[in-house]
Design a protein. Structure first.
Length: 85
């Protein structure tokens, strides 16, 4: 996918010079930065998901032995006078 970015010329010149001095191109450097950010975001999502699972397992609700969900009995909510559920 191609994208267009608006970057001040002095920034482009500096980063392009740095990239060339380090054996890469400005385009490759930008791709690498975007890929690194995606990896960081994905790692954080995985970490948060793992924390949620750990929390959920340690705070799991327990139904009484033999209890079964009954839609007619358990599936409704009473509406309070304030309108909240």
């Amino acid at each position: 996918m191609s994208i267009t970015l608006s970057v001040p010329p002095e920034v482009v010149q500096q980063v392009r010079a740095w990239a060339e001095a380090n054996g890469t191109s400005l385009n490759q450097y930008v791709r690498d930065c975007l890929e690194a950010k995606c990896a960081e975001i994905n790692d954080r999502r995985k970490q948060l998901a793992a924390e949620f699972v750990k929390f959920a397992k340690s705070h799991a609700a327990r139904a009484p032995k033999g209890w079964k969900f009954n839609r007619e009995r358990d599936g409704h909510r009473e509406i309070k006078a304030s309108g909240s559920v």
